[in-house]
Design a protein around this ligand. Structure first.
Ligand code: NAD
Ligand code: TYD
Length: 339
């Protein structure tokens, strides 16, 4: 079994590569990644020498390169994680989101059709459903919730999802889609809420909370997401969408306060800054379908997962300090100075 995993040098993709090599040591995993600002080859250091692993630096929009790789590898399964993934960046510059997230998806699916892959899996997000109001805790996203996006990021992911379903109906491509809630865990790029707050708190820098910090996200430990995708590619029904989430809703401000507490840092570091444009209020997944059909349940409780994650950032300072000392400095200045 050969699996092409795109975006495997990023946060969730790398965790998925580690999970698959461990759970299925007989599979060949071919990681395709352009190594954008978010991709980091040092993340994959521990598997580079594994004879069942191959890394290929490639843009998923590069039709010729993708075709050549499929001809070489003749993959059974394709799992597409590669994407521009940060909402704030999509507000600054939407175009690259359309390019990678939509055009890149079509290139990967065209190759999957031509080389008759047995399964094309699209890693999507709960953000395609838009948001829920804070005063309706009874409402959750199901797979039937209409697509209703807020940001250029979520719109590009929704566009890709529609294309994936269209390739299934029009060409019979054997597809599945997973729509997961916010992930956290090792190798999370420090522009995102949890790692950014850990890195800033450790440096005694201000903790920039958007708006009032009341927005709610449904957090899932990254390994649980990887296990869900493993189940879907093996046992999921072709043409179906699966929501993935762990009923673990938390307001941003409570997460930031928890990080302060765990690190022994004062809450006075918290600084309320101008809100994100179009900021989604609440995400909440109903995971009944994946539980009933595939037996998936999240295994890591947030209280344990956040401790493990903070410990990982303490033990792996070099990984994230190398990132925040480079080009990222300019990004941080641009996004947060005078905010
Ligand atoms: P990430 O930004 O950490 O990683 C993205 C990876 O894709 C990077 O390694 C990058 O180099 C690579 N990439 C970007 N453009 C590429 C291109 N044109 N060709 C090849 N590689 C390219 O993102 P992540 O948080 O790991 O998210 C992975 C996927 O999961 C995305 O599709 C995202 O929409 C989805 N998702 C993320 C979350 C979350 O909480 N992070 C939740 C649900 C779904
Ligand atoms: P983020 O990690 O960017 O994920 P997403 O927007 O895809 O859910 O942000 C999570 C939440 O944290 C979101 O409501 C925005 C908020 N946030 C802050 O308050 N401050 C920050 O510096 C960042 C990066 C995010």
């Amino acid at each position: 079994m050969t699996i092409i995993v795109t975006g495997g040098a990023g946060f969730i993709g790398s965790n998925f590569v580690f999970h698959m090599l461990k759970a299925h040591p007989e599979y060949r995993i071919v990681c395709v990644d352009k190594l954008t600002y978010a991709g980091n080859l040092s993340t994959l250091e521990s598997v580079m020498e594994n004879p069942n692993f191959r890394f290929v630096k490639l843009d998923i929009c590069d039709r010729e390169g993708v075709d050549k790789l499929f001809a070489e590898e003749n993959p059974d399964i394709v799992v597409n994680f590669a994407a521009e993934s940060h909402v704030d960046r999509s507000i600054e510059n939407p175009e690259i989101f359309l390019q990678t997230n939509i055009i890149g998806t079509s290139v990967m699916m065209d190759a999957s059709r031509k080389y008759n892959v047995k399964r094309y899996h699209q890693v999507s997000t709960d953000e395609v459903y838009g948001d829920l109001p804070l005063d309706r805790p009874d409402l959750f996203f199901t797979e039937e919730t209409p697509i209703h996006t807020s940001s250029p990021y979520s719109s590009s992911k929704a566009g890709a999802d529609l294309l994936v379903l269209a390739y299934h109906r029009t060409f019979g491509l054997p597809v599945t889609i997973s729509r997961c809630s916010n992930n956290y865990g090792p190798y999370h790029f420090p522009e995102k809420l949890i790692p950014l707050m850990i890195a800033n708190a450790l440096a005694d820098k201000p903790l920039p909370v958007y708006g009032k910090g009341e927005n709610v996200r449904d957090w899932l430990y990254v390994e649980d997401h990887c296990k869900a995708i493993d189940l879907i590619i093996h046992n999921g029904k072709v043409g179906e969408v699966y929501n993935v989430g762990g009923h673990n809703e938390m307001a941003n401000i409570d997460i930031v306060k928890l990080i302060c507490k765990e690190l022994g840092k004062p809450e006075s570091l918290i600084t309320y800054v101008t809100d994100r444009k179009g900021h989604d209020m609440r995400y909440a997944i109903d995971p009944t379908k994946i539980h009933n059909e595939l037996g998936w349940l999240p295994e890591t409780k947030f209280a344990d997962g956040i401790k493990k994650t903070i410990q990982w950032y303490l033990d792996n300072e070099k990984w994230w300090k190398d990132i925040i000392s480079g080009e990222y400095q300019n990004y941080y200045e641009k996004m947060y100075s005078n905010r």
